[in-house]
Design a protein around this ligand. Structure first.
Ligand code: MG
Ligand code: MG
Length: 266
């Protein structure tokens, strides 16, 4: 059965999308709590523990832990780490950029999104990388509307990243989302206009540009998880969960809690 499903988009009903919105919002609030905590001296382990406790308190379960043998609730990727960094006890340092990817399962449906945080003051170069990657995400989302194709999303992301001289990771992509974390279709962060599957109402996808300051090339560390840039330059990752409703993209997740937490810190 799994094989049959692999090439089939599972469109969601309005009721299913409402459950997915709650799953996404649980992740959003978890990332908001990460924003409050992240500072020099704090460790990824501490964030991970907080996130697990919080998700469990919301009648949900961590979405990544146990899946593909993932040992943690969060995947925390620092500086040249692109994604899939496993939490460690190595404290964050001033000037780091920290991508936190989080999943939850609520009433059988997944939420999955990510944000790249700054630890204290970071370089102008890194700030720009974060800004452009965030813009890539929003430009990609804007293309997720009826009549467009999946390639339009990747095209918009790739154009903006490459215009700024950045590398677009090819080896990892966004994805359909629902009762499983990764379903059809794949949503690459590169592509051509008018290519790929058609976008229709009920489509639920995670759009997640992974943008490198230098080369797009990445490799995996010996832990069999952490993906790093081949040239050691920094990388950023932002992700939202999207449903296509009435022909238009609706963002099920939110960065509102993160923004509120960061505004309080200033
Ligand atoms: Mg994710
Ligand atoms: Mg994802």
């Amino acid at each position: 059965m799994n094989l049959l499903k692999r090439n089939m988009i599972i469109y969601k009903t309005a009721e299913e999308i409402e459950i997915m919105r709650e799953a996404a919002q649980i992740v959003s609030r978890t990332l908001g709590k990460c924003a409050e905590m992240i500072a020099p001296g704090v460790t990824p382990f501490e964030l991970d523990k907080m996130a697990e406790d919080y998700i469990l308190s919301q009648d949900a379960v961590p979405g990544f832990k146990g899946l593909y043998d993932c040992p943690s609730t969060l995947l925390i990727s620092v500086n040249e780490q692109v994604v899939h960094g496993l939490p460690t006890n190595r404290p964050f340092e001033e000037g780091d950029i920290v991508s936190v990817d989080c999943g939850s399962v609520y009433k059988g449906y997944y939420g999955d999104h990510a944000y790249t945080f700054m630890v204290g003051e970071v370089s102008e170069e890194k700030k720009k990388l974060l800004q452009v990657t965030y813009e890539c995400l929003m430009l990609g989302i804007a293309e997720a509307k009826s009549g467009n194709r999946i390639g339009d999303i990747g095209f918009a992301i790739q154009q903006h990243a490459e215009k700024n001289g950045y590398g677009v990771v090819r080896d990892l992509v966004g994805h359909g989302l629902g009762k499983t974390l990764h379903e059809d279709p794949q949503v690459p962060n590169y592509g051509r206009r008018g290519k790929g599957k058609k976008i229709e109402n009920g489509l639920t996808i995670a759009i997640e540009p992974m943008i490198n300051m230098g080369t797009e090339k990445v490799m995996q560390l010996d832990d069999n998880w952490t993906i790093v840039t081949e040239d050691g330059q920094p990388s950023a990752h932002f992700e939202h969960d999207i449903a296509v409703i009435n022909g238009n993209p609706e963002i099920l997740s939110t960065f509102k809690y993160i923004e509120e937490a960061l505004a309080k810190k200033k």
